[in-house]
Design a protein around this ligand. Structure first.
Ligand SMILES: C[S@@+](CC[C@H](N)C(=O)[O-])C[C@H]1O[C@@H](n2cnc3c(N)ncnc32)[C@H](O)[C@@H]1O
Length: 216
């Protein structure tokens, strides 16, 4: 792959949106972390989920296709190189909207999870926001609605047991700068988002959703 994500590694390690936040707290809580729990952090990016789960005593393996993110294992979510049921919990935060084949990625996460799959991602808003997201960052594939998430997880053989919606507030210029959106695309993104931007910031809805392995 052309490794655009490796070149973004420092920006994503340092980004306040990624380093912390109520969504990260809730995802960690939903993972039911404890000493001895074996966890997989899919699309680890700057490693923030892994760090928080390790703080709780979990043994964590990180996976990401970008070598610059320095994961333990370089691989896509669609092709996880692990045996069935290798991890108690599989977590994935702010990343599935980049996956080329979401059904396959969710099926892979379900396959390697012994107990839980916990996902956090931006929710689908409308086609205009999707267009703005793709223009801002061409690696954006699509965000999904709560119903789509429930279907994806259920189709992978999991039982959805908890879903919480949150709002993430972003500074629009920081959000564009993080992925170096060139002008005039940045101007067009702002135009598309229009009235949703106030005081240079915008709120994006997100979901944290937990599904349990019912087949093991
Ligand atoms: C926004 S960052 C991840 C943020 C991180 N999970 C966190 O909580 O801060 C998105 C990550 O998805 C990874 N990625 C892109 N396509 C992927 C795929 N098909 N499978 C797994 N990871 C992918 C990128 O390399 C990048 O590290």
């Amino acid at each position: 792959m052309t490794d655009i994500w490796s070149s973004r590694a420092d920006a994503f390690r340092e980004s306040p949106t990624h380093r912390e936040g109520p969504d990260l707290d809730l995802l960690v809580e939903m993972c039911e972390p404890a000493p001895g729990v074996k966890a997989l952090d899919v699309a680890t990016g700057g490693g923030h989920v892994a760090r928080r789960l390790r703080d709780e005593g979990c043994t964590v393996v990180t996976v990401d296709p970008a070598p610059g993110m320095q994961p333990d294992v370089v691989a896509r979510a669609e092709d996880l190189p692990f045996e069935d049921g290798s991890f108690d919990v599989v977590a994935c935060r702010i990343a599935p909207h980049h996956f080329r084949d979401i059904e396959r990625a969710v099926a892979e996460m379900a396959r390697v999870a012994q107990r839980l799959v916990v996902i956090e991602d931006n929710l689908f808003v409308d086609d205009e926001v999707e267009e703005a997201e793709r223009l801002r960052d061409p690696t954006h594939v699509r965000c999904y609605s709560e119903d789509e998430w429930k279907r994806l997880l259920t189709d992978a053989g999991l039982e959805v047991e908890r879903a919480e919606r949150l709002e993430r507030r972003r500074d629009v210029d920081d959000w564009l700068a993080r992925v170096e959106t060139p002008e005039p695309d940045a101007a067009r993104v702002k135009e598309l988002l229009g009235g949703r931007i106030g005081d240079g910031t915008m709120t994006f809805p997100s979901i944290v959703i937990r599904a349990r392995q019912s087949q093991r």
